[in-house]
Write a protein that binds this ligand. Sequence first.
Ligand SMILES: NC(=O)c1ccc[n+]([C@@H]2O[C@H](COP(=O)([O-])OP(=O)(O)OC[C@H]3O[C@@H](n4cnc5c(N)ncnc54)[C@H](OP(=O)(O)O)[C@@H]3O)[C@@H](O)[C@H]2O)c1
Length: 283
Amino acid sequence: MLGAHVLRALRRARPDAHIHTWTGRAAAPIAPGVLAAVVDLITPDSIVASVRTIRPNYVIHTAAMTAVSDAFARPDHAMRVNRDATAVLAEVTDACGGRLLYTSTDMVFDGDAAPYSESSSPRPVSQYGRSKLAGEQAALSIRDSLVVRIPLLYGLPVSPRASTFAAQIAALQRGEALRLFVDEFRTPIWVEDAARALVALALADVTGLIHTAGPERLSRFELIQQAAHALRVDAPRLEAVSRLSIIAAEPRPADLSLDGRRFVRGFPECAPRPLSAAVFEIT
Ligand SMILES: NC(=O)c1ccc[n+]([C@@H]2O[C@H](COP(=O)([O-])OP(=O)(O)OC[C@H]3O[C@@H](n4cnc5c(N)ncnc54)[C@H](OP(=O)(O)O)[C@@H]3O)[C@@H](O)[C@H]2O)c1
């Protein structure tokens, strides 16, 4: 989802740049006309060999085991992909003279003390959050690396791969009902704004830790309701439910709102826009 948008944003910002892309699956195109090298993050040798061949001066690392339920079901695998592979990638990139940007998540927080700034203490309550926090630590242990925490992404994917947001909108367009939480809050960001932010941060050689956040605090229900309206879905069937009404394997944080003001102060031209300004078509 994010990686293909980063590629588009980077091509727009730096049409002359030599851009290499990696993917986990050979068969699935990540964007029209893009030849991506296949790398398995579980196999450190393949990462090292690939970076040593390309010798990039900058790596934007958006790959991860991203499904919270998968990370819960396969905690060791999540740590290998999200922590160990990040450590290998950071080390070999640094050894080749490059810098690493690692994309992290609002899910490193517990949801009890929002909004969260860069100085807030992380306390993940899911295996996914723990593995992403461990990935942050691996990245930050290498000099001049950058960790960017991102909230929930919304928007359409560039590639034909599935995304939760696109699947939810498609379900509404088919007339299916969706049950959505009214008491789980995020500061969702339009995926194109997130990609633009990552590219701006990379090109400016920012280091350390920074948050990006959409300008609105929305529940899952509000996010899809507003997106359905923007996409002109006819009579969307939305059912409001409480996150406390379901039995979940891991706790569901109540409010993961991020404070993204530091990023906006540094990059006002890239300030994430409200959902009402998002354009839901890939041009
Ligand atoms: N989506 C969100 O709402 C959200 C919110 C906050 C932060 N983030 C973070 O933003 C980043 C991008 O998220 P996303 O939603 O774009 O994720 P995504 O659509 O699930 O994409 C993840 C990518 O990682 C690749 N990958 C996974 N395991 C791999 C492995 N073992 N070897 C090689 N590649 C592997 C996948 O490749 P294949 O598909 O080819 O297997 C896929 O291209 C992640 O770091 C995520 O933690 C996402």
